[in-house]
Ligand binder design. Structure first.
Ligand code: FUB
Length: 362
């Protein structure tokens, strides 16, 4: 199934209806004519944004670290070559519903000496007066690595370290700060995210281009590693994040509606760790819960039904006692690689389960 043109449920119908032309960057461009069909509206329309990683830092504001989508003219393929982003820009707001500020360029690919192409979904962390921007980008050998850049401001500009993180690979870093102050990076993504090429423990350029192609075997696991005190390297070798089914068995690779694809995000509520992720080719955001940042996690259900567009990638953050889901769709462009970030409130049931959200109205 093509990553670029794949369809799911109602998504393709709405993509066709909403489809409109788009340029690389927009100046207050028109919202989709059927904007009322969407649960939420884009946070900004001046540029295209995706993969929103939201945090509330010490000043109490919400900062969102998204991908900055552009139309680079690269043909669509299963490896996501058309996601050819070249810089990052940060969004901030006092609270959800308030004015959203689009900040200047936080990091440009030209200022990352080892980078080749494709700045994908970033995340950020804060410790002792320094903000850390973590970003996946292909190196000059076309292998995804994780970069780190630092700043004294949450919105940058960030200065990239001269080398990628040692032993880093694949995509979609998500950094979680536990209540004891330790930080953990979750990461990984199959297909264009290259996780399947690391199945043997080292990079196999001839490895499968999508997944392992073994549907009855355990699905490829996302990874987790605790960060060093200096926040710029792993303190340990990355470990598998095991996601179990209701019988305590690892989810299988052929269980496409539940197995991990990309887009890890972890948060803690009470004593429970929520490992949340995208199922990729089935287009759900789902979650699993556990009692340790390392897992194992048991699959619990869906967070978000499919959005308009192929990809879905998110973050979950608490502010003022309310929980919010940041996510993206393609409302503004109708094009899979030109996305826009959104936010909606997230609700929990008394047993800690998440109330599934429909991003498109019935
Ligand atoms: O934005 C590029 C890639 O698309 C991200 O890394 C994935 O999570 C998907 O959203």
């Amino acid at each position: 199934m093509k990553r670029a043109a794949a369809t799911f449920g109602s998504a393709i119908i709405l993509m066709t209806v909403a489809g409109c032309s788009a340029s690389a960057d927009k100046s207050g461009g028109p919202a989709s004519a059927d904007a009322g069909k969407f649960l939420s509206q884009p946070l900004v329309s001046e540029i295209y944004t995706a993969d929103p990683s939201a945090h509330v830092w010490e000043d109490g504001r919400i900062y969102v670290y998204p991908s900055h989508d552009i139309d680079a003219g690269v043909p669509e393929d299963d490896l996501g070559s058309h996601f050819a982003m070249r810089d990052y820009r940060v969004l901030s707001m006092d609270n959800v519903g308030g004015k959203v500020t689009l900040h200047d360029v936080a990091l440009d690919i030209k200022d990352v000496p080892w980078a080749g192409r494709q700045m994908w979904a970033p995340d950020a962390a804060y410790k002792n007066g320094t903000y850390y921007l973590y970003f996946p980008v292909k190196d000059k050998q076309d292998v995804f690595r994780m970069g780190v850049a630092t700043s004294t401001s949450p919105t940058g500009p960030f200065k990239a370290r001269p080398e990628p993180m040692k032993n880093s690979f694949s995509i979609d870093p998500a950094v979680f700060k536990d209540s004891d102050g330790e930080h953990y990076m979750y990461f990984g993504g199959i297909w264009g995210g290259q996780l399947q090429k690391w199945a043997t423990g080292s990079y196999d350029a001839k490895g499968s281009n999508t997944d392992l192609g073994k549907p009855d075997e355990a699905a490829l696991a996302p990874k987790v590693a605790r960060l060093n005190g200096d926040m710029v390297e792993f303190a340990e070798a990355p470990r598998d994040v095991v996601i179990l089914d209701e019988k305590g068995q690892p989810l299988k690779a052929g269980d496409n509606a539940r197995r991990f694809f990309e887009g890890s995000w972890v948060f803690k509520r009470g004593d429970t760790y929520y490992f949340t992720y995208s199922t990729g080719d089935t287009h759900f955001l789902v979650y699993a819960t556990g009692k340790s940042p390392y897992g194992p996690f048991t699959y619990r259900g869906k967070i978000l039904e499919p959005v308009q567009g192929w990809t879905t990638h998110h973050s979950i953050v608490e502010q003022g006692g309310k929980w919010y889901l940041f996510y993206h769709d393609t409302q503004l462009s109708g094009k899979t690689h030109l996305r826009n970030v959104k936010v909606t409130e997230l609700a929990f049931n008394a047993d800690g389960s998440i109330v599934t959200i429909k991003p498109i109205k019935d």
